[in-house]
Design a protein around this ligand. Structure first.
Ligand code: C5P
Ligand code: MG
Length: 161
């Protein structure tokens, strides 16, 4: 059992984008996205990065161990379930997220108009106030136009045990 009352977690994820697929970030379908994620699950790179950040903070491995992308039962999986499972594992060890910082790299469309909605849905999933959820966006400057990338850090604090 760790003696540290604070733990930092970091996670990242990427998906290839293709025409004719939905693009979902933080559980929110992105309107007017010409390209969507190619994935076994719903391809929500933002939530995959957040879930890995939660797990890595307590050295609990990564989401592939809990939701293998070869398992037929996880096809089309709503990634909110992945975050919920990661949060349960963190809470079972007596920790809770204190704040989270998420960066999504995507060339198109602009995500700025969705920032508040993404932050709100992520805050709800993590049972955090919106003030503790930072969401920022970057383009790849055209280097990866058919690609979505997400990176997340989370601070976990000991709440019991
Ligand atoms: O990557 P870059 O520095 O050029 O991003 C400039 C601005 O565009 C940032 O303020 C960012 O919030 C915004 N942006 C966005 N949606 C994206 C990528 C970037 O709103 N998909
Ligand atoms: Mg993924």
């Amino acid at each position: 059992m760790s003696v540290l009352p604070f733990r930092i977690g970091y996670g990242e994820d990427a998906h290839r984008l293709e025409v004719g697929r939905p693009l979902v970030l933080c559980g929110v379908p992105v309107p007017h996205a010409e390209l969507g994620a190619v994935a076994h699950s719903d391809g929500d790179a933002a939530l995959h990065a957040v879930a890995d950040a939660l797990l890595s903070g307590l050295a609990l491995g990564d989401i592939g161990q809990y939701f293998p992308d070869t398992a037929p039962e996880w096809r089309g999986l709503d990634s909110r379930q992945i975050v919920a499972r990661a949060l349960e594992l963190v809470q079972a060890r007596g920790y809770a997220p204190a704040n989270v910082a998420l960066v999504v790299t995507l060339d198109r469309p602009k995500l700025g108009p969705l920032r508040a909605e993404l932050a709100r849905t992520l805050a709800e999933l993590l049972a955090l106030p919106e003030t503790e959820v930072g969401v920022s966006f970057k383009t790849s400057e055209g280097l990866a136009p058919a690609h979505v990338q997400a990176r997340a850090t989370v601070l976990l604090t000991q709440v019991a045990g």
